[in-house]
Ligand binder design. Structure first.
Ligand code: FES
Ligand SMILES: [Fe+2]
Length: 400
């Protein structure tokens, strides 16, 4: 049963989506606190729209799998012997056990078949039979249609090397909706990069949109990251591209007097450059994002993408994946580079979490604050409202 408050909240969202950026206002605070609004987001966004769930290098060889829980349903991405990828439900068709439970199986690995650990029903992973039941012991004394028993498949697209999944069988193809980002991303050749490391922050006490919005603007560099990022990529120098639809991008040139970050031993913390980058990519940072919940920072030596996955109206998990050139892994200093990069990221993330938690406290005050105004650097947040209005309130159409 929905509270009376939800229709008025959606009306307000529809009103905001009509405003030009020059008069744009923040979302109503209740959009970050309401359980009803969050139920609608789960239904119309996370269980139906395209979500980024990983990178192709996590399933590079036949038999590889990676577990995915971003959609709110248990999934596994597999690669078959022909090289094709599949997004399969992890819900066993017997009594619905998670066939790859995180308690006993690694997040990613390699398998010939999936055997449910509960009563050992086994599922195929090869080609056209992916998800098909291969064996179910002691089921021969009952009427049982083995041929009809199969793990459900979900939609999957690879977009610039990123694994994108949708639980809606009728979702419009994703890539044509994101063509505005193709030229920006192409030089980094994301398909050829590999995962250098992952990190996660579970149970962050803020609505997922607070963190996504924080990751979608560089305006806060001058505040939150005044002594760190802002010295390398000053927020004030960011130019935000005039994107429409569900993707955004921006570019910040490196500060002219930027100090190259040093490791504890005084060596420069620069990894292997991504091959083939042009002067523009070598001279600054690109930030690009895809609604609803992924943003990435593209640097000369790495690409970091973050997914903010809701775990309730007031909490989320932040999942970080750092990509680097494959050849970087062969270098002798790679482990030290990864360790230094991880430490740097933790410092930046700690700074961001102060803001993310602090904004959520502000949003939760009574009476709720409203009518915050955007800088021109917050264009992606204004654009995000149009996306939300289309998905949640059925307003307008997000044009590619
Ligand atoms: S629930 Fe999977 S085999 Fe019984
Ligand atoms: Fe930040």
């Amino acid at each position: 049963m929905l509270h009376d408050g939800l229709p008025s909240l959606l009306d307000e969202l529809a009103r905001l989506a009509e405003l030009p950026l020059e008069r744009g206002e923040t979302l109503p605070a209740r959009a970050y606190t309401s359980a009803d609004f969050h139920e609608l987001e789960k239904d119309r966004i996370f269980r139906s729209d395209w979500l980024c769930v990983g990178h192709v290098s996590q399933v590079s060889r036949p038999g590889d799998y990676v577990r995915v829980d971003d959609l709110g349903v248990p999934l596994v991405i597999t690669r078959d012997e022909h090289g094709d990828l599949h997004a399969l439900s992890r819900v066993c068709r017997h009594r619905f056990m998670d066939v790859l439970p995180p308690e006993t199986t690694p997040d990613q690995g390699s398998l010939k078949r999936i055997t449910c650990p509960y009563h050992t029903w086994t599922y195929r992973l090869n080609g056209e039979f992916a998800g098909q039941l291969a064996g179910a012991p002691l089921m021969n004394k009952v009427e049982f249609d083995r041929a009809a028993c199969r793990l459900p498949q979900y939609r999957l697209e690879v977009w610039h090397g990123l694994l994108m999944v949708s639980a809606d069988p009728d979702a419009a193809p994703l890539a044509p909706q994101l063509t505005a980002l193709d030229a920006t991303l192409a030089p980094y050749r994301l398909d050829d990069l590999v995962v250098a490391y992952t990190a996660r922050w579970d149970g962050v006490p803020a609505n997922w949109k607070v963190a996504f919005e924080n990751g979608s603007e560089n305006y806060h560099h001058m505040g939150s990251h005044a002594n760190t990022l802002d010295r390398i990529v000053p927020g004030k120098d960011t130019v935000v591209d005039e994107c429409e639809g569900r993707g955004f991008s921006m570019y910040t040139p490196f500060a002219p007097d930027m100090e190259i970050p040093q490791g504890p031993d005084g060596r420069e913390l620069v990894g292997t450059l991504i091959p083939g980058l042009g002067l523009r990519q070598l001279s600054g940072m690109t930030v690009a994002g895809v609604f609803p919940n992924m943003a990435m920072a593209l640097l000369p030596d790495s690409v970091t993408f973050v997914r903010w996955v809701p775990t309730g109206p007031l909490t989320h998990d932040a999942l970080v994946t750092v990509l680097a050139p494959a050849e970087a892994r062969q270098r002798p200093g790679f482990d030290a580079y990864v360790e230094a990069s991880r430490q740097q990221f933790e410092i930046i993330q700690a700074e961001d979490l102060v803001a993310v938690r602090g904004v959520q406290r502000g949003l939760a005050t009574d009476p709720a604050p409203s009518g915050g105004r955007f800088s021109h650097l917050e264009r992606p947040l204004w654009q995000f409202q149009r996306y939300l209005a289309e998905r949640l309130a059925g307003v307008g159409a997000v044009t590619p």
